[in-house]
Design a binder for this molecule. Structure first.
Ligand code: GUN
Length: 288
């Protein structure tokens, strides 16, 4: 039996529609949510990503500005721009697209963003808030994965969840979010001895490594939910994830496709975070 698809495009569309409704309500109160996106240099992939972020924002009714700077910009100039945006009342979310040029320290730049405007959820204050269950911004990709699990009615309580990958922006926050929903969480990584032994026990697997075929059909428990965060190219140059989709879909109960799975959800959750930043600033935010 083939797994059911978790349609990230459809779910992201309904989330964007909800953001647009809440944005209109906030505008009626005189507050327009504002997102500033900074791109330093001319990395081709980053140029595409930031264009999407700005266009998505406009479509949902947010105010969004793209600031582009040459790769020769100094770190202190960038820090000065971030600090100015931190003080700008029309801007509720500040995002510096990564990677930044090599002469800059990404850690220092993320640290400079006000935690109240950290819509990427990368600041150490955001990571700490997630860790101890306090309000704060969650990184968009794992947040989007949680929304997908919620949308299929996956009750995580007592379930075995395996996260493959331990990055600060996906693997680690993903594990904390699953833990907050009472899953029993295992993080696997490049030094894990027997990945298959772990994944075969998992009711939910999140693959976030950035390598093709990390998860194959023989590694999946029948009926498991498989979320594929990967964004890779196959030999024909086509976009593919970390999961052997054709094989795993014959074993899993639910699976996310690539493209059309986690990718659109990541983009949608940036809008959610920006809207919430504006709602918090306006004192009208209600957690759901
Ligand atoms: N580069 C790749 N993905 C991201 C992201 O989600 N946020 C930022 N700021 N940079 C990125």
């Amino acid at each position: 039996m083939s797994a059911q698809l978790i349609d990230g495009n459809a779910l992201a569309k309904s989330i964007r529609a909800d953001v647009a409704r809440r944005c209109a309500a906030l505008k009626a109160k005189g507050v327009t949510p504002g997102l500033a996106v900074i791109l330093v240099g001319d990395d081709p992939a980053s140029q595409v990503y930031v264009k999407h972020k700005v266009n998505d924002s406009h479509e949902a009714g947010l105010h969004s500005v793209l600031e582009r700077y040459p790769a020769t910009m100094s770190e202190s100039e960038l820090l000065a721009r971030v600090e100015a945006l931190n003080r700008d009342p029309a801007i509720h979310g500040v995002l510096v697209q990564l990677p930044v040029p090599r002469h800059m320290d990404a850690g220092q730049i993320i640290k400079a963003i006000s935690p109240a405007k950290d819509v990427d959820g990368f600041h150490v204050a955001s990571a700490g808030a997630l860790m101890i269950g306090q309000p704060g911004f969650w990184p968009c990709t794992p947040y989007g994965c949680m929304k997908m699990l919620e949308a299929i009615g996956c009750d995580l309580r007592g379930k075995n969840a395996v996260v493959i990958g331990r990055s600060n922006i996906v693997g680690k926050p993903m594990a904390l979010m699953l833990l907050a929903k009472n899953a029993t969480v295992t993080i696997c990584h490049s030094a894990t001895r027997d990945l298959k032994a772990h994944t075969l026990q998992a009711d939910v697997v999140v693959a976030a490594v950035g390598k093709r075929n990390v998860l194959t059909a023989d590694m999946v428990k029948p009926g498991a939910v498989v979320i594929d965060v990967g964004m890779n190219r196959n030999d024909e140059g086509k976009l593919c994830g970390d999961v052997d989709f054709a094989g795993v879909r014959e074993v899993a109960g639910w699976i996310t496709p690539v493209p059309g799975g986690v990718g659109p959800m990541t983009r949608a959750m940036l809008l959610v975070n920006t809207l919430e930043a504006a709602e918090r600033a306006a004192g009208v935010y209600r957690a759901d």
